[in-house]
Design a protein around this ligand. Structure first.
Ligand SMILES: [Zn+2]
Length: 256
């Protein structure tokens, strides 16, 4: 652990901070995060959120690199040298509006941004079987600028509404889920679905999932299966990350 930025954080948060660190490093390894984008989680039972510091490269984020903010985006707790991301209001305002949300990913993936850049082509469609999770809709937020204040954050939260994901015009996307592992799986598969759209469009006329197919997929995916599946995705990427040396062995007990 880097002594210069070592935080005297609440050790009860170590597991959550380790999970979030793994999310960030693994999404970075997949090219879904780069020099931009972030992952956060709500601190259970508090009007607080944990998010990695603006000053730490995504490839190097560890448990000691998180700051705590309140739901107005104010910095509440941070080790010396650490800062909240400038787009903290994406996270604070969505947690404020959505008590069901426990974790948020904000990404600038090229596969996803492409679906905010066309005039005549339909928006992102549900192509892969896993995309049934976004059946309620994926709205596009019209503001292409960085989300740099509470008002803009609240507008984004209003665009997201009750959904699990929203695109952000010429900027990226935001995904929400009950916890960090679920938002990780969602983000990976949201990006896969976007890429499937692009590939299908390159081959011919895309044939998105029909209503009948979506009904069948919903029926075949009860909550117990979804939990199992989310964990399978998480364990797959954690094992890859450990084998590649992306994730320190000392985190293993928190990632199992
Ligand atoms: Zn952004």
């Amino acid at each position: 652990m880097d002594a210069a930025v070592k935080a005297d954080f609440d050790k009860s948060q170590l597991a959550l901070r380790s999970e979030l660190s793994a999310c960030v490093r693994l999404m970075h390894d997949q090219g879904i995060l780069n020099y931009n984008g972030h992952v956060s989680a709500r601190v259970e039972g508090e009007d607080r959120l944990l998010i990695h510091s603006l000053t730490t490269p995504r490839s190097a984020v560890g448990p000691e690199h998180f700051v705590v903010c309140d739901l107005d985006g104010n910095l509440v707790e941070a080790a010396p040298g650490l800062k909240a991301p400038s787009e903290i209001y994406i996270h604070s305002e969505i947690y404020k509006a959505r008590p069901d949300v426990g974790a948020i990913a904000h990404i600038h993936s090229e596969n996803v941004i492409a679906f905010t850049l066309t005039k005549e082509v339909p928006r992102l469609r549900l192509m892969r079987c896993d995309a049934v999770r976004w059946r309620s809709g994926v709205p596009t937020h019209p503001d292409p600028t960085r989300i740099r204040n509470m008002e803009q954050g609240a507008e984004l939260a209003a665009t997201l509404g009750p959904h699990r994901a929203a695109l952000m015009r010429a900027h990226g996307a935001v995904l929400v889920a009950p916890d960090a592992r679920a938002v990780f799986a969602d983000t990976i598969q949201f990006d896969e679905n976007a890429r499937a759209n692009l590939l299908a469009a390159a081959l011919g006329t895309p044939a998105p999932l029909t209503e009948a197919e979506l009904d069948a997929l919903s029926e075949a995916s009860p909550p117990k299966f979804i939990d199992h599946y989310m964990n399978k995705i998480w364990q797959y990427y954690v094992q890859r990350g450990r084998a590649a040396g992306l994730l320190p062995e000392e985190w293993a007990e928190h990632l199992a």
